[in-house]
Design a protein around this ligand. Sequence first.
Ligand SMILES: Nc1ncnc2c1ncn2[C@@H]1O[C@H](COP(=O)(O)OP(=O)(O)O)[C@@H](O)[C@H]1O
Ligand SMILES: [Mg+2]
Length: 258
Amino acid sequence: MIEARGLCKAFHRGSADERLALDGIDLALAPGDFAVVIGSNGAGKSTLLNALAGEVVLDSGTVAVDGIDLTRLPTHRRARWIARVFQDPAIGTAGTLTIEENLAVAESRGRTRSLGMALSTAGRARYRELLAGIGLGLESRLTTRVSLLSGGQRQALALVMAVMGQPSLLLLDEHTAALDPRTAQAVMQATLAAVTDAHLTTLMVTHNMGSALAYGNRLIMMRDGRIVLDVAGAEKAALTVEALIARFHLSDDKLLLA
Ligand SMILES: Nc1ncnc2c1ncn2[C@@H]1O[C@H](COP(=O)(O)OP(=O)(O)O)[C@@H](O)[C@H]1O
Ligand SMILES: [Mg+2]
């Protein structure tokens, strides 16, 4: 269970550039919720994910995971519960290390297991199996330096690394936006497989309306630092782009779809 209450964050407070990026966000995610987050540029989507991850220091509000208050913990100490994949594949992986070294580092994160143990024959067999599931051929390249991979291969690796620790919350911030369509599709399929198999609680930001409607059991729309729509289950499944547009024309003619 993920519980965020009253999240507020203003950037450049008190100056002419003041931006209220989060304006009192309340969000509860049940175990296994796969919530897709949409909203135009500057709506506060990345700030919300960064606040959950501990990258952004909140002005007020609390973040708890499984009943544990994480509000005051820095990002690295939240890593046990919260994993992330960003738009830029270079952020989630270490280019100077090999694929297997990256996986070993991810596996030892927040744990006592040593890198040596992870890089055993059994460890390598497990890594090959994890990578084969993505279908990008990484399983035969364990000793390849990650800087030599394509952006999509690197992003797929970042995803495997993020989910291998069985996080309580997976945060995906436009993680396929920088990829070519075919690779984006492969990374999205790997995401769906990982999220479904492990029943991961996930918050995924996308600017792709098709993805937003197709994936997840819940759709959250943000505008001006607030959640303006939060639908789940059958109501989400029945949504169409036209319905979304119509609905938001009714309350406000400033359409927020990017
Ligand atoms: N580090 C920052 N410094 C100053 N302003 C920021 C920073 N990060 C985000 N903002 C501002 O906060 C608002 C929300 O940004 P962001 O969360 O990145 O939106 P989104 O991801 O929905 O496009 C925007 O007005 C943005 O300019
Ligand atoms: Mg963003």
